[in-house]
Design a protein around this ligand. Structure first.
Ligand code: XMP
Length: 502
């Protein structure tokens, strides 16, 4: 995949991988020799925000068209291909956005068997004349060339977006490109990923020792299991229980790793240490800083006890690598590694998920036998419940929040909504309000229900939970959790709110 900067680039790469064909995303100015070395079955040119008429618009390196493999241009990729091959792209003044009627004018190879009637468009410029050798295979009201093919040279292009679900035949079109035009084999399976990674980890670590911090989340869990499969007991995992976890989380990690998989696991129970440091602290950033620092200190202490451990396992994902410009691990956000470990730690990183998207990590996790509960866990922030108590963190408040959160999640799961939500959790603002229960006046905490939908946490919308579900959550929390007399719902999207309250 050659990336011209489209918001959909990652999505195209994912769709191709969903067809069980490996794809890597490279910047548009990559050296064509680097692509040739990868021996691709085909090349996809992504869309992008530019116009080929813009000054400094990203150009297609013509050498990419000389590699002797089929090329599919999508949106801007089509226009760049057209310009490069001598066709014509024009600012017609009439763009197309959203669902658009498509007329197939010649079946060609990509649209051969497809019920192609509507497609998803997002463009201003249009190809008005296909380059020589191309057959126009589809048109729309505003795009005289909505799809075209030169089957002799193996060049294909579409103005619309096959990667978005609103193009109903999009995946089939990609499959035609992959399997008919490129003759690729559908060999990119979770089992193949595991074999490949195990071999790589063995080659990297040799007979050395590695350490891995487990957070309870799916990424660090899958990374640890891959490394364990590769080097066995020479991997030690450290799970720092800072006392800010949700209900039974520590036990779940211990049961899965220590008992089920037999991974050497150090379970550090450090609640008192963290709570002592957090006493009297209300300011959110100070909380985060204290927790991050304490975490690192404990991790280093445990590492030192193990002697010389030259390798550190991290669950860095492909999306992090792409976001940091595809450069090496040093530039990746500290947020994503084990609590932001110090740069001067003399360890070499082992990052078996560097090439994987989140959904692939989950598939690998399932293949490795990780419990469903861990594979599909909603994201949980490193500082844990501390940033969901608004005000000072105390044991009493932690216990109230933990119980309320447990009830909330139980009801969300029972309603079958857990996987549909990006996150769903309880927040405890440390204020109290007056209520009445039995014939008694109460003066207790409120619990906030926060549930959001999102694709990537950059933006989010508040989830429209059914009223019956809200009712069940509310009455169970009030009845079952001592110290709560009111339940409220957060109906703020991101922006302007953030997902977490701190
Ligand atoms: P916000 O609140 O900024 O959160 O909308 C975006 C996403 O990031 C998660 N989050 C964190 N994850 N360490 C983490 O590992 C953190 O310090 C942290 N803070 C927020 C949050 O849960 C949401 O998914």
């Amino acid at each position: 995949m050659v990336d011209f900067g489209a918001q959909y680039s990652q999505l195209i790469a994912r769709r191709i991988r969903e067809c069980r064909v490996f794809s890597a995303l490279l910047p548009h100015d990559v050296d064509p020799e680097r692509i040739a070395e990868l021996e691709p079955a085909g090349i996809v040119l992504s869309g992008g925000p530019a116009s080929v008429w813009d000054e400094g618009a990203p150009e297609l390196n013509p050498a990419l068209l000389d590699l002797g493999v089929p090329v599919l241009g999508i949106c801007y990729g089509m226009q760049a291909m057209t310009t490069s091959l001598g066709g014509e792209v024009a600012k017609t003044g009439a763009g197309e956005f959203g669902s658009t009627a498509l007329e197939v004018t010649a079946r060609g190879r990509l649209l051969a068997e497809l019920p192609a009637e509507t497609c998803w468009m997002s463009h201003r410029d249009s190809v008005v004349r296909a380059p020589q050798g191309f057959e126009v295979t589809a048109t729309t009201a505003e795009s005289p060339v909505a799809a075209m093919e030169d089957r002799v040279r193996g060049f294909y292009a579409v103005q619309f977006h096959p990667e978005v679900k609103h193009t109903p035949f999009g995946t089939d079109l990609l499959k035609s490109f992959l399997f008919d035009a490129c003759d690729a084999a559908p060999t990119w399976t979770p089992a193949a990923v595991i074999d490949d990674q195990v071999a790589r980890i063995r080659a990297q670590v040799g007979d050395g020792h590695a350490i891995c911090g487990l957070s309870g989340g799916v990424d660090s869990a899958v990374a640890a299991l891959l490394v364990h499969r590769a080097i066995g007991d020479r991997l030690t995992c450290v799970f720092v229980d800072h006392g800010l976890m949700r209900m039974n989380e520590g036990e779940q990690v211990e049961a899965a790793f220590g008992k089920h998989f037999g991974v050497p696991l150090i379970h550090v129970r450090a609640k008192d240490r963290f709570l002592a440091k957090l006493a009297g602290v209300e300011e959110p950033e100070r909380k985060r800083k204290i927790i991050g620092e304490e975490f690192i200190r404990i991790f280093e202490e445990e590492g030192a006890k193990l002697g010389d451990v030259p390798f550190l396992v991290q669950g860095t994902l492909y999306s992090d690598v792409i976001e940091s410009g595809g450069r090496d691990s040093a530039t990746i956000k500290s947020h994503h590694n084990v609590g932001g470990l110090p740069e001067d730690m003399a360890v070499e990183l082992v990052e078996p998920l560097r090439g994987l998207f989140k959904d692939e990590v989950r598939a690998v996790g399932e293949e490795l036998g990780l419990p469903e509960r861990m594979v599909w866990r909603q994201p949980f922030p490193g500082p844990g419940l501390a940033i969901r108590i608004i005000g000072e963190v105390t044991e009493e408040r932690l216990e109230v929040l933990r119980q309320a959160d447990f009830v909330l999640l139980e009801e969300i799961r029972r309603a079958g909504l857990y996987r549909d939500l990006w996150q769903s959790f309880a927040v405890l603002p440390a204020v109290r309000s007056v209520g009445v229960q039995g014939d008694e006046r109460t003066y207790a905490y409120p619990i906030v229900i926060r549930a959001v939908t999102s694709d990537d946490a950059m933006t989010a919308d508040w989830a429209r939970l059914p009223h019956e579900l809200l009712q069940a959550i509310s009455s169970r929390i009030i009845n079952e959790v001592q110290g709560v007399n009111r339940v409220v719902l957060d109906i703020t999207s991101k922006p302007p709110g953030t997902i977490e309250w701190e």
